[in-house]
Design a protein around this ligand. Structure first.
Ligand code: ATP
Length: 489
């Protein structure tokens, strides 16, 4: 995958109704995007894949939907008010602001691309150390030593590195004098922690158990780039798995492997994934790893797996004065109950938008088709059928002779179970191509022969093969391919 392909994917996403810049008629809003008619479908399907795998397939994981607004003390307890910041640096000539660590990460990627592996490793180690020590002076020094220039002005005229809190705030309450500063959640995890007791008690959950949720999160990212990779409003899919203290290593390994397996099942290419262990640990973690995906612009984080200890529940207990404990009646090796404790937590946290981008990039294909003077390029999104925005497109060959009626009848039968697309206009070849570009795995064409013997042509997206089948066979063929089982089992 190259950067050239990335540009094509971005324009494809716009042209085919997957992703639009937010409020585009006003020239957009930095790092905020809207999902269009096809993007919303694909995003829903990806969310469902996660939800089914995490909640439906696990008896001991349940899902919730907590509010975006939370009591401001939540963010004190979680450490976000004091510690959720990134190191920023400004270029004095272009007046552009950057994340100091990302300028250095980009340099590392550059070194890797140029085959300067030693330099890349050396800089990575120095960067990790500077971040570990929270050493802003050292970050600036690394930027200077590696002669990093501003991509806009081309100069190396930098300010000092400073910390910048990423949380958005607003006021709650109608009266200004009553106004209370609240935050737009920067992660969905805290909605789970504050509901730990509610869910545990009402669901009679026994440790180990998990609580999952999907939803919007907001971060005032210093620099937003690479399309939907880094947004200021994005969606997370998170699961907190509550465990007995002392078992965190084992469960951390378990979730690392389970999550990687889930990714690979999507079929975006096994070699496109790798683990990246964190050297610099977030304020809440005792171990952390990223699952990185090979995006067209290099391997970048798609999901984080964090061993969060009892940091969050313990702090919420302290600040709220409510006991965040669990009574474990199981017996230990001495025959005594484990008793009361604050559970430890393993978190899996994936960005839905990054998953969407990875899926789009890996599925986008340009293929040479036709022969000699009729050579042509077709664009196809080779999405797993169950994720495709439309599962089947139904075309009457012409608009007359009763063909639309038969096509509508087939659609009427299928649409309860599958998202179907209906189209009468244009030559059939053109209609097929449009569906290829949306990722629709099957097209059904109704022609005059259909009226005589109740058969249709089914066309397969990936092979472009066409087959004559009887109308009564359609469901069977679709069911075999459009099946969650193919991803979940
Ligand atoms: P990064 O280092 O890329 O800023 P992070 O380590 O801060 O990410 P986490 O706090 O671990 O990210 O969040 C979990 C997941 O949420 C990430 O793996 C990513 O998929 C997603 N995510 C985080 N920030 C953004 C963002 N600004 N836009 C889109 N997705 C995001």
């Amino acid at each position: 995958m190259s950067e050239e392909i990335f540009k094509k994917v971005v324009s494809h996403a716009k042209e085919y109704g997957f992703v639009f810049p937010s409020s585009e008629i006003y020239d957009g809003l930095g790092a905020v995007y809207d999902y269009g008619q096809n993007g919303a479908e694909l995003k829903n399907n990806l969310r469902q894949y996660w939800w089914k795998a995490m909640v439906q397939m696990h008896e001991n994981i349940v899902g919730i939907d907590a509010a975006i607004f939370m009591h401001p003390k939540t963010w004190k307890a979680s450490g976000h008010i004091d510690g959720f910041s990134d190191p920023m640096i400004d270029n004095k000539d272009s007046k552009k602001r950057y994340r100091a660590d990302q300028l250095l990460e980009d340099k590392i990627t550059r070194y890797e691309k140029d085959g300067k592996t030693n330099k890349a490793e050396e800089l990575q180690a120095a960067l990790d150390q500077a971040l570990l020590d929270n050493d802003l002076v050292q970050l600036k020094m690394l930027i200077e030593q590696h002669e990093i220039a501003c991509p806009i002005s081309g100069t190396r005229n930098w300010t000092d590195v400073r910390q910048f809190n990423l949380m958005f705030s607003t006021e709650m309450g109608a009266m200004a004098e009553d106004a209370d500063k609240i935050y737009l959640r920067p992660e969905t995890a805290q909605g789970i922690f504050v509901n730990f007791l509610n869910v545990q008690k009402t669901g009679r959950m026994k440790i180990p158990f998990g609580i999952a949720q999907t939803g919007k999160a907001f971060r005032n990212e210093i620099i937003a780039r690479q399309f939907i990779m880094r947004m200021r409003e994005f969606e997370q899919m998170e699961m907190q798995f509550f465990i007995r203290p002392g078992t965190q290593k084992q469960w951390y390994e378990y979730w690392k492997e389970a999550r990687l397996k889930w990714h690979k099942k999507l079929g975006l290419g096994d070699d496109n994934y790798r683990f990246h262990d964190h050297v610099k640990l977030a304020h809440y973690a005792d171990a952390a790893v990223d699952i990185e995906f090979n995006f067209p612009f290099g391997f970048k984080e798609m999901e984080g797996i964090h061993s969060r200890t009892d940091f969050d529940l313990r702090n919420h207990q302290e600040l709220s004065g409510k006991k965040m404990q669990y009574f474990d009646a199981e017996l230990d090796e001495n025959g005594k109950p484990y008793g009361n404790y604050i559970p430890y937590v393993i978190e899996t946290s994936i960005g839905l938008d990054r998953l969407f981008l990875a899926t789009l990039c890996a599925s986008y294909k340009e293929e040479e088709v036709g022969e000699d003077d009729k050579k042509d390029t077709r664009v196809v999104l080779a999405l797993p059928p169950v994720l495709a925005p439309y599962k089947v497109a139904i075309f009457p060959l012409t608009k007359k002779d009763g063909l639309p009626e038969v096509a509508r009848e087939i659609m009427g039968d299928l649409k309860l179970d599958y998202n179907c697309f209906y189209e009468e206009k244009d030559a059939i070849g053109k209609r097929y191509r449009r569906q290829d570009a949306l990722g629709t795995p099957f097209c059904i064409t109704v022609d005059h022969e259909s009226l005589e013997n109740k058969t249709v042509t089914i066309r397969y997206r990936d092979t472009m093969k066409q087959e004559r089948i009887s109308i009564s066979q359609i469901r069977e063929i679709l069911a075999a391919e459009i099946n969650w089982k193919n991803l979940l089992v």
